[in-house]
Design a protein around this ligand. Structure first.
Ligand code: ZN
Length: 179
């Protein structure tokens, strides 16, 4: 079956195909064509995906290397707060010229389609246990409420301060009355 050479991540490499040693830089900035990833966080459909890199013509095909920059969204694995964080991942793959050996990635009609490559590299870089902050305390097992960080010391401190102030104030007040 002949594939259609269209799609957001399809690059035309006609100018360097079969010219080993030639290389060209590329930049693609497109919305994710679908949701990428099935975990707690994923790349939402329509999220901006920036791919910058270069195509190098080698004897076996076109070597594609680059960096993906995008944002993932989802929920914190501990407290379920919604989070959106940037993710950046490098990739490199050889798109071979069609031959006798079957390969995962092939140059087809002088084009390379980076979509599967970019998607897989990005999904692999997503955190398996995402957190809203490194020391997220999670949810209270009894109430299901989100626990705040360092609740107890913060609640005790003002009480201590007030008592200290009263203790200092009282003797002065007594002195004033006597004067
Ligand atoms: Zn959290």
């Amino acid at each position: 079956m002949k594939r259609h050479h269209s799609g957001p991540f399809v690059l035309n490499a006609r100018d360097i195909v079969l010219h080993p040693g030639e290389m060209r830089e590329f930049r693609v900035d497109v919305p994710a064509p679908e949701k990428w990833g099935e975990g707690l966080v994923s790349i939402p459909e329509g999220e901006s995906v920036l791919v910058e890199g270069r195509l190098e013509s080698v004897h076996e095909g076109i070597l594609v290397s680059g960096v993906v920059e995008t944002d993932y969204s989802g929920v914190c694995g501990r407290c379920l707060t919604e989070i959106t964080e940037p993710v950046e991942v490098e990739f490199q793959e050889l798109f071979a010229y069609p031959g006798e050996e079957a390969t995962d990635f092939e140059v087809q009609d002088d084009h390379v389609d980076l979509e599967t490559l970019v998607r897989d590299a990005t999904v692999l870089a997503l955190p398996f246990q995402p957190v809203c902050q490194p020391d997220c305390p999670g949810l209270d097992p009894a109430t299901g409420e989100r626990l705040a960080v360092s609740t107890e010391p913060e609640q005790r401190m003002p009480v201590d301060t007030r008592w200290a102030a009263l203790q200092e104030y009282t003797p002065d007040h007594d002195d004033e009355q006597r004067a």
